[in-house]
Design a protein around this ligand. Structure first.
Ligand code: NAD
Length: 318
């Protein structure tokens, strides 16, 4: 029995035209929810949601979370918010120190204020493994601490988590916070797989990998991730619920390169490495999350990191 039913609810999805957000939209509509997508289309694409545009169950608002009037209006009459809109580019923080502060922290504050004013009692938020920083416990459980992010992106997401938990307690909201491993799959527009495919299309003989290639992380296919998120929203009953979402193994950067080369049908590709244990400043070289908490409520990852990567390469090459 679900503790909370999404069927029949009106749900606002910020970032609903993005990579993961558009899959959230697919799953929510599949469940019989009415969905309002709120997206500024900075990295989201209308083509990701166009198959729902004729549906009475979708309302698309092109709006920006930094526009408080727009998000205030969008929250009226909503039962629950799935908050995915963000700038998800971890590397960007090293060259632009403002972007994650504005797009993640201020944007989340504006959304929480709009929810408070419109009395929207329920939020699901997409956080990240990077809030843990370089954890010395791997797999890392949700109660690991202290949380010491090493990227501005991770810091901004941790700040968002703190805003959400404090709003929940102060204004009687329920929150589900999801700390994602690397999520990959159809409609991916960024990340290592997209980068490596592009590099090999430009030069099929050489593949440059950032770092020493041994950065080893957990990858999960997007439909499994969204399945976990919706399952946890419906089956968790604390006021604040924090869940790691990922696969239960890892793959390293060289291993991903080998899958990309294999799926592109290339041979004799020379791998070169930029060197150092991390790909960029703020990169966490070793990441795998404990998913025991979400398993305890009944969701189990159904795919490995390697299979998630291979399926993604296949779908992106189509
Ligand atoms: P994405 O860039 O595809 O999605 C973000 C969406 O938010 C886009 O559609 C974009 O247009 C929209 N957006 C950005 N700023 C906005 C603003 N100010 N107002 C309105 N809309 C705005 O990225 P994604 O990979 O789908 O990530 C979705 C969420 O999941 C993000 O919160 C991200 O931090 C989180 N996350 C992703 C991963 C991953 O591996 N992809 C891992 C951990 C966490």
């Amino acid at each position: 029995m679900a503790d909370y039913e999404l069927t029949g609810k009106t749900v606002l999805v910020t970032g609903g035209a993005g990579f993961i957000g558009s899959h959230v939209l697919d799953h929510l509509i599949g469940k019989g929810a009415s969905v309002v997508v709120f997206d500024n289309l900075s990295s989201g694409r209308m083509e990701f949601i166009e198959h729902h545009l004729d549906s009475d169950d979708l309302t698309m608002i092109k709006g920006d979370l930094l526009d408080t009037d727009a998000i205030d209006a969008a929250c009226k009459g909503v039962d629950m918010v799935f908050h995915l809109a963000a700038n998800p580019d971890v590397r960007l923080g090293a060259v632009d120190t403002r972007v994650h502060f504005d797009q993640n922290i201020t944007a989340t504050y504006n959304l929480l204020e709009a929810m408070r004013k419109a009395c929207v009692p329920n939020i699901a938020f997409t956080s990240t493994s990077t809030v843990y920083g370089e954890a010395d416990m791997v797999p890392t459980p949700e109660d690991y601490g202290p949380l010491v992010p090493i990227s501005l992106y991770g810091a901004s997401k941790l700040a968002c988590e703190a805003l959400i938990t404090s709003y929940s307690h102060t204004f009687d909201m329920r929150a589900c916070i999801f700390r994602f491993a690397n999520i990959v799959g159809e409609r991916s527009t960024h990340g290592i797989i997209v980068d490596l495919i592009e590099k090999l299309r430009n030069d099929p003989d050489n593949l440059e990998i950032l770092g020493d290639g041994r950065q080893s992380k957990s990858y999960l296919y997007v439909t499994s991730c969204v399945d976990a998120v919706l399952f946890a929203v419906e089956h968790s009953d604390e006021q604040v619920n924090i869940f790691n979402i990922g696969s239960e193994d890892t793959i390293d950067a060289t291993g991903i390169g080998e899958i990309v080369v294999d799926e592109m049908g290339l041979e004799d590709v020379e791998f070169t490495y930029t060197g150092g244990s991390r790909g960029w400043k703020g990169d966490v070289p070793r990441m795998m999350l404990s998913v025991d908490r979400v398993k305890a409520i009944g969701w189990h990852p159904d795919t490995s990191s390697g299979d998630s990567v291979r399926s993604t390469v296949r779908v992106l090459l189509k």
